[in-house]
Design a protein around this ligand. Structure first.
Ligand SMILES: N[C@@H](CCC(=O)N[C@@H](CS)C(=O)NCC(=O)O)C(=O)O
Length: 232
């Protein structure tokens, strides 16, 4: 059994999609990041970066004490290693999956996140920040579009690299990205992933809590702005 500390957001969906695609037993512990649950003492013990998602695997490979994992890249690798699924055996292909997973973790996710923050959520409109992150996001969409030219999935077969990227691309309309017109390979891949029943089930997990970022209240703003949190 895997405990999933989760909230329905792009990073949360990476986990719920992986759990569904891999057919693992799991139970969800909601961490409401708009209300500040990510700073709770018990959650910080498994996720010291105060971000969702995180997991505890009570049945780790090889037995022994439960294993906890934070950071979605580490979680996807852990689950792929545990199940042997969506992570090719072949060294060359496996290395490519690692490359695109790291690319998502260090580039696509953070840049789309910053773009959305300055465009949609920050109370002050700062043209330099909006332009900088929007254009960097478009550059990264271009990189993915070239990669997907002539390929069904990012590394041939569906893998944890696709699971990492897809949940971030969902936001393309709110991000004012003309996916179909400007990045047709990404659009085709986006739809192909979406046709997977397990991926769609993963995307539904926690939908009773609403869509992320739909509305930021003063409380959300306080909890989601790191400068408002005193750390020692
Ligand atoms: N690099 C982290 C990022 C996780 C992350 O940023 N999660 C967001 C939700 S998508 C979060 O927990 N935000 C809470 C906050 O900003 O306080 C990962 O990939 O796990």
């Amino acid at each position: 059994m895997i405990d999933a500390y989760y909230w329905p957001t792009p990073n949360g969906w990476k986990l719920s999609i992986a759990l569904e695609e891999m057919g693992l037993d799991y139970r969800v512990f909601p961490i409401n990041i708009g209300k500040g649950d990510q700073f709770g003492e018990d959650f910080l013990k498994i996720s010291p970066n105060n971000r969702i998602p995180a997991i505890i695997d009570h049945d780790p490979p090889g037995g022994g004490e439960p294993i906890s994992v934070f950071e979605t890249g580490a979680i996807l690798l852990y689950l792929a290693n545990k199940t042997g699924m969506f992570y090719p055996e072949d060294l060359r292909k496996r290395t490519q999956v690692n490359e695109w997973l790291m690319w998502q973790m260090g580039g696509l996710g953070p840049m789309i996140g910053q773009s959305g923050h300055f465009k949609l959520y920050h109370s002050e409109k700062i043209p330099y920040a909006i332009e900088r992150y929007h254009s960097e996001m478009l550059r990264l969409y271009g990189v993915l579009d070239r990669r997907l030219e002539g390929r069904e999935y990012i590394v041939d077969d569906f893998s944890i690299a696709d699971m990492a990227c897809w949940p971030w691309v969902i936001t393309y309309k709110r991000q004012e990205v003309d996916l179909q017109g400007q990045f047709p390979n990404v659009y085709r891949w986006y739809k192909l992933c979406q046709s997977r029943p397990a991926l769609r089930r993963g995307y539904e997990v926690g939908k009773e809590h609403g869509k992320p970022g739909a509305r930021w209240t003063d409380e959300t703003r306080k909890n989601m702005m790191p400068q408002n949190q005193v750390t020692s």
